[in-house]
Design a protein around this ligand. Sequence first.
Ligand code: LMR
Length: 337
Amino acid sequence: MKFSKLLFGLITCTLSAAPLSVLAQQPIVIKFSHVVAHDTPKGLAAEFFAKRAGELTKGKAKVEVYANSTLYKDKEEMEALQLGAVQMLAPSLAKFGPLGVKEFELFDLPYIFDNYAELHKVTQGPLGQSLLKKLEPKGVTGLAFWDNGFKSFSANTPIKVPGDLKGKKLRIQSSKVLEEEIRALSALPQVMAFSEVYQALQTGVVDGTENPISNLYTQKMFEVQKHLALTEHGYLGYAVIVNKKFWEGLPADVRGQLEVAMKESTVYANKIAKEQNDKDLEAVKKTGKTQVYVPTAEEKQAFKKVLAPVHVKMESRIGKDLLQAVYKETGFDPNKL
Ligand code: LMR
């Protein structure tokens, strides 16, 4: 991360964390940085939270949302949060491995959730809470899980069956489970920051990628990907996280009001996620630049068959007991893929 950027963040953070008696009239500033566009499930939910936080705290807290990697990129934002240069983030669950919390990669396992209802049994239940607790030793407090949606593969050549991705360089997020997923397809995984994907696709540094449609559309990847197959082979969602020291240092009344704002924002985020993705799929089709293919049941089954071994391979990384608990909660059976 650029030193000047970090320094700026730390100075503003120090100011905003100055003794509250001294700055009685000053709002507590919460910088909320994220990497996607404003008109995405995460972008809209972040703004909803900012609005409700202002209202519920009666202006005592001011949430500033920085979208589209304008403040920090993927890797930088985690470091900045731990250092206290930014107070709030909502990274994808696939990005917690580098922080040392590998368990979150369970959400990247192929076809582990068939739909949002199954997923919510985990994210909105006790298992989700126990996962958020794993962040505490890293100086991070997990507040909520927000949805995006189910990922599909895109490239410049048609994709119908797994073999169509063979040998392709595919951009992924920083998750070992995703790396294994791409290898299972005999393709080449390329970890890359989200902010760099459009250019990498445009210049041919990578051939394709996987995304929920809202990300593909709002980053204009449809301009540089001729084919999209609705494989829906994995989930992408977020954990909303804050710097633990900052959060615990907030006046109790303000923290309580922010918790209410976060609860409301979570309901909102998880309500709009599917709507946004459905809307953006229609928008992609309308551009006429990307051909959208719906795999047949047999073709989808072929993807499931090729990707099923990823569950077994990644079991020790994620933890057998945790994985079994998730399977039990959702009724998922990897042997039936
Ligand atoms: C990605 O890097 O593809 C996603 O994590 C971006 C996001 O935050 O949805």
